[in-house]
Design a protein around this ligand. Sequence first.
Ligand code: IPM
Ligand code: MG
Length: 357
Amino acid sequence: MMVEKKNHKIAVIGGDGIGPEVIREGLKVLRAASEAIGFNFLTKEFPYGSDHYLETGELLPEAALAELKTFDAIYLGALGDPRCEPGLVEHGIISSIRFKLDLYINLRPINPYADHLVPLKNKLAKDIDFVVVRENTEDLYTNLGGIFKKGTQDEVALAQMIFTRRGVERAVRYAFELARKRDGRKKLTLVDKANAIRAMDIWTRTFAEVGEEYPDIEKDHAYVDACCMWMIKNPEDFDVLVANNIFGDIITDLGAMLQGGMGVAASGNIHPGKVSMFEPIHGSAPKYKGQNKAIPIAAISAVAMMLDYLGERIGAELINSAIQRCLNGGKIPDLSASRGLSTTEIGDIIADAVQNP
Ligand code: IPM
Ligand code: MG
């Protein structure tokens, strides 16, 4: 019987700085995986980013958003450029896609590929295996608020931390489901600052209520400051964490360091069942642009997350195991700046490992 192969439609936004360089390696590895396994995909590149903005004054037009919705996934490099006002392209493109496509989960697995990447004394890769479920459409990122009497002694600046019952509940529920699905400790930790920010009580209550539907999942709680401490002190105690947008942003940079740095940490912006976006956690690192120096592993790892989302579990596993083998077997000896391997070489090495499992 002929089984029709799926043809995954992937929108590619290389973006700014090192974005296009790391994305190029991710696509190279995606191609290697598709050849090894036999799935099909097609890509379309979109030009959005600082160069495009500076040339045309356009960030992300409505028509582009509508077109993005027709894809199965979006693969994003990085955005941000010192020639633009801080936050302009980040907000106008990344946040805009997250909000307008309602990508309400930002999934950030923290699971080092090799022992030598773990910066903690007496901890190994096996001690760090957790996932942060970051709420991705509310909170301070809505940018509700503003500045009044700007530039005067009476200036007032206001930023609103917004939580809705619907937004909190869908994040909490996703996290409980993930804890149930994972081969982990079946534990979910709520991260908040409800002791100081009383509005965060909406998280406390929603977590308790939804939690009743998950008697099989151990419930845990950490204030965000203590969470940072525990992530360093006892990372093995975590399985799944759920956090509001801003705290999730902050703790996942810490998490990225636990797994070996920004060069390896990947994320998925997800609306289950709809077009979702996958990207490295790192930024555009403008000073390394065009130098073929950036580590593309985070971008490659994001491809694995994307394949997993698209139902290509074997492809995802193939890529992750290739990265793991290259980092453990000395093909990619270390991730320091002096490692001597270029962005392209790291991509070639991993693509080769994918083709020769
Ligand atoms: C991230 C980034 C973004 C965020 C920036 C670039 C707006 O730090 O994806 O974690 O804060 O969400
Ligand atoms: Mg961040």
